[in-house]
Design a binder for this molecule. Structure first.
Ligand SMILES: NC(=O)C1=CN([C@@H]2O[C@H](COP(=O)(O)OP(=O)(O)OC[C@H]3O[C@@H](n4cnc5c(N)ncnc54)[C@H](O)[C@@H]3O)[C@@H](O)[C@H]2O)C=CC1
Ligand SMILES: O=C(O)CCC(=O)C(=O)O
Length: 448
């Protein structure tokens, strides 16, 4: 509950101006209370109307995306790019292709991206985009025609020094390849305009792995503070896409065992540990369903139409890596009853506000998305650096930098929380540290 009068007026205004945008309001309701102490100690925020400026996306772009299906029939989707804040650099953030995409979801993602990107310490502002196009069941040709049409419009607004999109749900190397090809046809070659590119067109080594690996590094740093490590830990993971797969791979490399993964049809519990090679074959190569995993691995049980977070089995760490609001109050209680001591968000905003409260009130070490999953966008910024330099870096170099960036983010969040009287609260640490850097940059630049 907000006490500060300035923040109350900001909250009322956002509600008035965005009345039906539930996800955006949720992200705001997580953010505002956690920066209250900073705003009270820093009068320049109110004096310069920083929050009035910051809470309005700099630009909201909406466009029509017509494309032809394999039967030659015209289909139409809605495309978006939210250019949220450029105080720290070109807008940077992924593109999501999923039928649920709407302006509220785009805005919550763009808003969180601003502070996440700030936490990386790299020169990137925040943005997000996507479409309500559903890639599921579409042929390569349909995906290509959609991506080309999407880019025909988006290319008007992006560029290596203005706005640099990447992948998110439903957008991987294949889609980025088609998007880049179309961009090049219209605007000439400019490798730094998209990141998450396949290696053959100047993508970065370790970008595919970065978000999941970064998540594991973040947790490892947290455990180190408790003279502990991932070795021997049992981990529950949701999702089976880019973030989940590489989070599982890295926790295994660090000596833990991940026992679950999921897709929108159900989840797998494999007490022997998820077989990452099999998971990759089913999801990355065949683009199949997770149910096939249980058909091929006798130790695995498949739970149809259920969320991982209904599972009642003991584990030490929960890594939600699928989508927003996958953990509610009820599932948060189950996670605690299962014995989890750490919840680290690989997905963006996977926990509802009530779930976060349950975790924090029960002593769970809760790692918010904007800090814990920042490894992906951090390596995207390293991909931009390599593209500018016209030189590829080795996997070890990129991964080493990622490890250091995740350590720095963890330490910054931990120390900022302590400085402002909330030791242990990484939500407060992440929001204040991310916000302060953006606010300072806005003031230095005359608020523009
Ligand atoms: N790809 C990246 O670099 C980053 C992704 N994220 C976030 O991580 C999350 C996952 O993204 P990616 O792995 O990239 O996407 P992806 O498209 O590779 O995989 C998404 C996964 O989530 C599952 N999923 C989606 N909706 C679901 C639902 N309603 N119920 C259960 N499972 C569902 C899908 O089946 C799939 O396994 C998203 O919240 C995304 O915003 C965050 C930071 C960076
Ligand atoms: O790599 C990027 O630019 C975007 C990553 C992203 O969308 C995210 O951090 O949520």
């Amino acid at each position: 509950m907000l006490k500060n009068e300035y923040l109350k007026t900001i909250r009322e205004r956002i509600q008035r101006e965005n009345p039906y945008q539930a996800e955006y309001l949720q992200a705001v309701d997580e953010f505002l209370p956690s920066i209250e102490v900073y705003v009270e100690q820093n009068p320049q925020i109110e004096e310069n109307s920083i929050l009035e400026l910051l809470m309005q996306a700099e630009r909201v772009i909406k466009f029509r995306v017509p494309w032809q299906d394999d039967q030659g029939k015209w289909q139409v989707n809605r495309g978006y790019r939210i250019q949220f804040n450029s105080a720290l650099g070109p807008y940077k953030g992924g593109l999501r292709l999923h039928p649920t995409v709407n302006e509220s979801i785009m805005k919550f993602l763009g808003f969180e991206q601003v502070f996440k990107n700030s936490l990386t310490g790299l020169p990137i502002g925040g943005g997000k985009g996507g479409s309500n196009f559903d890639p599921k069941g579409k042929s390569d040709g349909e995906i290509m025609r959609f991506c080309q049409s999407f880019m025909l419009e988006l290319q008007n607004y992006i560029g290596p020094d203005t706005d640099v999109p990447a992948g998110d749900i439903g957008v991987g190397g294949r889609e980025i390849g088609y998007l880049f090809g179309q961009y090049k046809r219209i605007q000439q070659y400019s490798s730094g305009t998209l990141t998450g590119k396949p290696l053959g067109i100047w993508g970065s080594l370790a970008r595919t792995e970065a978000t999941g690996y970064g998540l594991a590094y973040f947790v490892q740093n947290l455990l180190k503070d408790y003279q502990d490590s991932l070795a021997g830990k049992k981990v529950a993971v949701s999702g089976s896409g880019n973030v989940a797969t590489y989070a599982i791979e890295k926790v295994h490399q660090l000596g833990a065992v991940a026992v679950t993964c999921s897709d929108s049809n159900g989840f797998i519990y494999d007490e022997q540990g998820i077989d990452v090679a099999l998971l990759k074959e089913i999801k990355e190569v065949k683009r199949g369903r997770i149910s096939e995993y249980a058909e091929r691995k006798p130790s695995a049980k498949y739970f149809s139409n259920e969320s991982v977070w209904t599972l009642k089995e003991s584990y030490d760490i929960a890594l939600p890596c699928a989508t927003q609001n996958e953990i509610n109050e009820v599932s948060a209680k189950i996670i605690i009853e299962n014995g989890a001591k750490i919840v680290a968000e690989g997905a963006n905003m996977p926990s509802t506000l009530k779930a976060v409260k349950v975790f924090q009130e029960n002593g769970v070490l809760f790692c918010p998305a904007k800090a814990a999953n920042a490894g992906g966008v951090a390596v995207s910024a390293l991909e931009m650096a390599q593209n500018s330099q016209r030189l590829p870096w080795t996997f070890e170099k990129v991964d080493g930098k990622l490890e250091k960036i995740m350590e720095d983010i963890y330490v910054t969040c931990r120390d900022t929380a302590k400085t402002y009287g909330h030791a242990g609260n990484l939500v407060i640490g992440a929001n204040i540290a991310g916000f302060a850097r953006v606010a300072d940059a806005m003031i230095i630049q005359g608020l523009v």
